[in-house]
Design a protein around this ligand. Structure first.
Ligand code: FE2
Length: 376
């Protein structure tokens, strides 16, 4: 990697070459290239098997894992903490939501004005680091590594400010982001809105695989979900579940909803309006992908248990941030025929249901879509 690539900004020791125009710069990309860990990029990735390498800033190992539909504001990375190890303390002016892929350990967050909170996580835990809080992760196992997936708004912040000290050494304390003490203990506040928009406010969810969801029939076949507000952040997270033998209705929206399957396994079909064929992604816990901008996508459960996934994006139900997110949260379960963003079962391409019936035979489960989808 050349020195030019690895420097996010010019410095007094190395002035810009005379006459070289500065244009089309990407301070975010320059920064992650300077970190010395792998940068992998694909439509979707398996985060459990992606190669990690030593990461000096964290005193751990990691890789940046960029998916095609990530959008402009957020990224993902994998962090691996060695047996009995802890990360170097971190603090940053970007938001971060963490999903635990494997292992168990704890995280300590320092509070404004002193004091700290700690919580213990394991596989399937979800938590947010309060904005610009100082924190440290600890692996509780002396034998096994722990692997975490982080979703961050680092791209947004570095592209906006392109100043590393402002983002990584900023003393401002965002006191309103820490929430109540019980939010670090896995408790939270249920905020009833309406189906598909019910919210749970907290900082930490110990186990997404067992968290209670709420019915949301308008997205299809016995589905359920919950919207999270984590550390009062702009970053969005929600969990959805499909019962055995079912699939959701297709819909579309802007880029950046990163999908992390939690329980079960299945596949998704993706296509742009007018496409002849579908893009197919098979998934299970450890996978990540993000439907690209306005690409229709539809999720199918092929496992003998309910299939649940976590979705993380920038702009949530409380703070949508973009006009597209506002429209998504209003129209994600409204038919395209009524100005929304969803394709109802009766309007879908007949190949979609035929493929699901083939998958049911192959995997040996009973489809439970009778009465919802017209007979093939
Ligand atoms: Fe979606």
């Amino acid at each position: 990697m050349s020195e030019t690539q690895s420097s996010p900004t010019s410095s007094p020791d190395r002035p810009e070459p005379v006459g070289e125009p500065r244009l089309l710069l990407d301070p975010y990309l320059d920064f992650i290239r300077s970190e010395g860990i792998p940068i992998v990029e694909d439509f979707g990735l398996d985060l459990l098997s992606v190669e990690v390498r030593p990461w000096a800033r964290l005193e751990a190992s990691g890789a940046y894992t960029l998916v095609k539909g990530r959008g402009d504001f957020i990224d993902t990375y994998v962090l691996e903490i060695g047996p009995g190890s802890a990360t170097a303390p971190q603090r940053h002016l970007y938001e971060e939501v963490v999903y635990v892929l494997d292992g168990h350990g704890s995280t300590t967050v320092e509070l404004p004005g002193g004091g700290r909170r700690s919580f213990e996580w394991g596989r399937h835990s979800l938590f947010a680091l309060p904005l610009n809080a100082r924190y440290r992760h600890f692996n509780a196992s002396g034998r096994e590594p722990a692997r975490l997936a982080g979703v961050t708004s680092l791209p947004l912040m570095l592209r906006a400010f392109h100043d590393l000290d402002f983002v990584f050494a900023n003393p401002w304390e965002f006191r309103s982001r820490f929430g109540e003490e019980r939010y670090f203990g896995g408790e939270g506040e249920f905020i009833p809105i309406r189906p598909g928009r019910h919210m749970w406010e907290t900082n930490f969810v110990p186990d997404l695989s067992t968290f209670e969801l709420r019915a949301w029939s308008a997205r299809g076949a016995g589905g359920s979900n919950i919207m999270f507000v984590l550390a009062d952040g702009t970053m969005h997270a929600h969990v959805s579940e499909m019962p055995v033998g079912t699939y959701k209705k297709a819909h579309r929206h802007g880029a950046d909803f990163h999908i992390f399957p939690v329980t079960g396994h299945g596949y998704s079909l993706l296509w742009y309006e007018g496409d002849e064929d579908f893009v197919r992604v098979d998934w299970r816990h450890g996978s990540v992908y993000a439907p690209p901008d306005m690409m229709f996508h539809q999720h199918f459960n092929t496992s003998p248990r309910p299939a649940r996934y976590l979705a993380v994006a920038f702009g949530g139900l409380r703070y949508p941030f973009t006009e597209d997110k506002r429209r998504t949260f209003l129209g994600m379960d409204v038919s395209v025929k009524a100005g929304g963003r969803q394709i109802e079962y009766e309007d879908q391409d007949p190949r979609i249901h035929r493929l699901y019936l083939e998958e049911a035979r192959r995997h040996g489960f009973t489809p439970r879509m009778d009465g919802l989808v017209p007979a093939p």
